[in-house]
Design a binder for this molecule. Structure first.
Ligand code: HEC
Length: 147
């Protein structure tokens, strides 16, 4: 990397970080993360319905949707990671568990392997709840209520 492009990159990072700080203090618009979460909640409801009605296509489609859920845009991701800071490893691990359980569930549903389905769904639910218990309240206090 040339000195000039390094300087440019550092400049960009500095701008990104300083705008993170301003955002954190002033921005109360819902984050893209919240929309992603709401989408996952709908998928969970569809999965429950699918299990109740033995509609395995519905289960696998919605489980794949959770497994491949989108990430927030880069700047929001930077703000989140900057805030999560030293707990990032744990946060990412919980996210990984959600992705992993959802993928497992999707594949079980594809194979109509009903024996493990309920347990895997419970596992998936627990992964959501665990991250919420660990992070949600403080996260919301930081991003939405701080002025
Ligand atoms: C790695 C952490 C993490 C995991 C895993 C996680 N969430 Fe969340 N969730 C959050 C955070 C942080 C918020 C707060 C976001 C906000 O308020 O902007 C949240 C908020 C939510 C909300 C509230 C949205 C609203 O309207 O206020 C719902 C619903 C939700 N999550 C559903 C889920 C479901 C369903 C799963 C599992 C399939 C899941 N989440 C997995 C971190 C996580």
């Amino acid at each position: 990397m040339t000195k000039l492009s390094l300087a440019k990159s550092l400049g960009f990072i500095a701008i990104a970080i300083s705008s993170c700080a301003t955002y954190a203090e002033t921005n109360e618009d819902p984050m893209v993360l919240r929309e992603i979460m709401q989408g996952m909640q709908l998928s969970m409801q569809q999965i429950e319905q699918g299990i109740a009605e033995k509609d395995w296509d519905l289960v696998s489609q919605n489980a794949f949707a959770i497994a491949d859920h989108p990430a927030p845009p880069l700047l929001e991701k930077l703000r989140i990671f900057a805030y999560i800071n030293t707990d990032l490893g744990e946060f990412k691990e919980l996210d990984k568990q959600t992705h992993g359980s959802a993928k497992e569930l999707a594949e079980l549903a594809l194979r109509e392997d009903k024996a493990q389905l309920q347990a895997t769904f419970t596992h998936l639910q627990e992964s959501c709840v665990q991250c919420h218990e660990e992070f949600r309240a403080e996260f919301q206090a930081y991003f939405y209520e701080q002025n």
